[in-house]
Design a protein around this ligand. Structure first.
Ligand code: PLP
Length: 159
């Protein structure tokens, strides 16, 4: 007969911290490089050359490049829009969100893009374990925002 161990669940910030530190160790099994470009809140961003160099350094050294691009599309000039890191590298992971450049933070809709099947599988497991799915009304409103991307971004860039 199989035995299970029942432990009391201690809900505390220490517990939450332990949970996330375990997640990070599991997710980022190899050394990773994290970058936030464009930067929130300054909107400072890498140049195309700098991004290419960063991708090359990470690939040459076996580093997982985690690129926080939540402010992508929020550049002061649309000409400064850089490719997503995941489009430049087989192993990079790009994080995006609707809340910053599109302006609906309450929807809690974002995305992670990567060509790495292994990383994607891990993310699926984590999503399943934590929040399972998005709110369907939020998804509908997110589609509306994305369909109206140009006027929304134009307005937000001018603020
Ligand atoms: C750099 C960066 N990444 C991610 C997030 C998370 O965005 P959200 O709260 O819309 O999920 C924020 C929020 O301020 C941020 O500044």
């Amino acid at each position: 007969m199989r035995q299970i161990e029942i432990r009391k669940h201690e809900k505390s910030s220490a517990h939450t911290f332990k949970f996330f530190s375990r997640f990070f160790n599991w997710f980022f099994e190899k050394t990773s490089f994290m970058v936030n470009t464009p930067h929130n809140p300054t909107r400072m961003h890498l140049t195309r050359d700098e991004l290419d160099t960063l991708v090359e350094i990470c690939e040459d050294n076996g580093l997982l490049l985690f690129s926080d691009e939540v402010y992508r599309f929020g550049e002061y000039s649309a000409n400064d829009l850089l490719p997503s890191a995941t489009d430049l590298s087989e192993t990079a992971v790009s994080l995006g969100v609707l809340s910053k450049p599109f302006g609906p933070p309450g929807l809690r809709i974002g995305w992670i893009a990567t060509k790495s099947a292994k990383v994607m599988r891990k993310l699926e497991v984590f999503k399943d374990y934590t929040t399972i799915c998005n709110s369907a009304p939020s998804e509908q409103l997110a589609i509306l925002a994305i369909r109206n991307k140009e006027p929304i971004l134009r307005r937000n860039r001018s603020i």
